[in-house]
Design a protein around this ligand. Structure first.
Ligand code: ADP
Length: 161
């Protein structure tokens, strides 16, 4: 199966191999994936929206089935409708992810019954991986090549100098 457009929203601060794994697998299901940076002014991020968009665009420059975008100050389902997406893709790692995602998926379903949320269970090797953890590892000089694209690692190191 390979049809339609789905949105994969997130902070991507920065994008990790856990995220890219979900994107690669999402492309098995959907013709196009919109990787959408959610701009949330109350969330403190290490990279600006523009930096994250640039990183994502560089990473997927060779794949015209991946569209990189951002959305601000609107409901995710309204953004999805605007982009003519019929699904929202999310990754699940832990029970705490599940509780949050369960609530969000129900709220979104209530707001837009024609848009489905599709969950993908993390690859087990990425189950412990988060953008927050990655930032700590890089900050203290830990090895992260199995978790992070080398370019992103460099961006992170430069930022932390
Ligand atoms: P958010 O702030 O919306 O949680 P993130 O960038 O942290 O944004 O995550 C975006 C999506 O990717 C979420 O659905 C999250 O659960 C998923 N995700 C993050 N890290 C991983 C991982 N290691 N494996 C699978 N899914 C992940």
């Amino acid at each position: 199966m390979n049809s339609g457009v789905a949105i994969y929203p997130g902070s991507f601060d920065p994008i990790t191999k856990g995220h890219t794994n979900i994107i690669e697998r999402g492309l098995e299901l959907f013709e196009h994936l919109i990787v959408a940076v959610a701009v949330n002014s109350s969330k403190k991020t290490i990279f600006s929206v523009e930096e994250r968009l640039e990183q994502l665009r560089d990473m997927f420059a060779d794949n015209d089935r991946v569209i990189v975008d951002s959305f601000t100050d609107c409901l995710l389902v309204d953004y999805a409708k605007q982009r003519k997406a019929h699904a929202i893709l999310r990754g699940l790692r832990t029970v705490s992810d599940y509780e949050y995602e369960f609530q969000m998926a129900h709220a979104n379903r209530h707001l837009a019954p024609d848009i489905d949320t599709i969950f993908m269970m993390t690859e087990s090797k990425y189950s412990h991986l988060s953008s927050t953890l990655i930032k700590e590892i890089v900050r203290y000089g830990g090895a992260c090549h199995e978790m992070l694209d080398p370019q992103i690692e460099q961006h992170l190191k430069n930022k932390m100098k």
